[in-house]
Write a protein that binds this ligand. Sequence first.
Ligand SMILES: [Zn+2]
Length: 598
Amino acid sequence: MATCDLRLSNALVLTMDQRFTVHRRSSVAITSDSIVAVGAEADGYAASETIDCHGRVVMPGLVNAHTHVPMTLLRGLADDLRLDVWLMGYMMPVEREFVNPEFVTLGTKLGCAEMIRSGVTCFADMYYFEDAIAQATADAGMRALCAQTVLRFPTPDATSYEESLALAREFIERWRGHPLIVPAPAPHAPYTCTPEILRACAELAVEFDVPLHIHLSETALEVENSRRDHGMPVVPWVKKQGLFDAKVLAAHCVHVDEGEIRALKNFNAGVAHNPTSNLKLGAGIAPVARMLELGVDVGIGTDGAASNNDLDMFEEMRLAALVAKGTSGDPTALPARAALSMATRLGARAMHLDHLTGSLEPGKRADLIVVDLDQLHNVPAFDRDPNGIYARLVYASKSTDVVDVMCNGRWLMRDRALLTLDERELRAAAQVEARRVDVFLSSREVSVLQKLVAVGGAVEQESFEVQVKARVASEAPVLAVLASRHVTIVRSSHYHQYDTYWSFEDPDQGWLRYREDEFLEKEGKVTGARARLTLTGRTREEAFGAVLLFRSRYLAPAAHSARFYREYFRPAATSSKKIAAAGCSSIAASSSTCTSIA
Ligand SMILES: [Zn+2]
């Protein structure tokens, strides 16, 4: 008689294999870290330990195909904002200030505790200090694809992209071959990387034969910019940079066309669908039903807890199914069984880890969960429709119905009690961290200058601008004087100027001016544009009659739209001065006063 270490008996075994095999009142046999038999064959195994599952569901642990696990510590920090304000205005400044190895360790433990409690055994991460994340994950006993972020800007763990590339290489060398952790490089997104970074990351992934994790085509704006800058959408552009030489896991793919979906399939790239995050940030809805039809491996992810705001994969798979129906007007789109396969086997395939996890099959690691369907919100049970079990799990089960969780043959939760993490301790430590972030942001919120500095690039620059305004009957005498030898023109420029002024409840904050200049050629053709933010004192027009005195204190390049800054600074009032076609010439007369005529 065949023997095994552990036999889970009397279970409703959902294997989630390619044929969706189900075994009723049956067993799963486990030895060490692996599944040795499933179903009737497993029933015949003699085991050192046998656990009666009392008819509960035994199925593969859920696979969260895209997250930033330490961001659990930023959960609820800033919500209901547009993506760029949320990311550039809040997430990145806070990350620059707080993210260090201790921060990510705590955030990872918190995230692992939450995921284990909701039946997740494997996740794909992308963050900073990935080494500490991998360590905390391995300590918690979970399986993960841990991807070290590479960006073209300085990050919390590297001052340059060369440094973060070197970090990624060291990280991969250190963790390769670990039983739970698969290391990978993560070029954050095409718009935050250079072609050089994309190429270097792909080469790194190929060299070590590890996957590559990236965000692709998350927003319509990203695709628009790619078309404008590269003359093509995102997928063909990253292909040109050699990205698909690597085993790619692409998060989002919300705005991809038919050709791009076919390309993803051809290059065996996996996709992580993040319905909550995409809905919450207003990014749109990925065409996942079409992707599945064309054979793309599509998994489901929660994305980071700061944009979700939880890591609940039951909620995520239900939403994936519902959104596909709602947007297509077709209730047969993305049935429950397909949604559950995305959250298990297909997710593991998308992560290029399906040889290890994602289904209950002999030879795979013992990553499984026990789910109790005998709950008030899930009775009665009908047996007629073989797909009924998937509908019960996707449409009625809750993450709190997960009773036991095993990963790599080790129990991580039994009877809803965590075995590898201390929940109380984590809750208290997270709260301490939240207080520190609160203090940092609150002090920043009271000062427009602090907020200006936080978005980057602000420099102190004291300058004064004096304008003399006078009513003249005709411009001819003025032009004649300008043409005369009494006036020397030292510099002239010709541009359209669009000004927006924002004022704040506290007048001591001054005014913030958002100025867009369009530089013009003689014929009036626009040759370039520049946008700048200027934090100023009040103009003193009142006090000086016709003289307009304008004092600027801080200057910053404005890389974002006026709308971005309006939502970020939340001024009390806005006034715009849009001079549609002003020709401005700066001249210096012999008396060295500056004049500007509009
Ligand atoms: Zn993400």
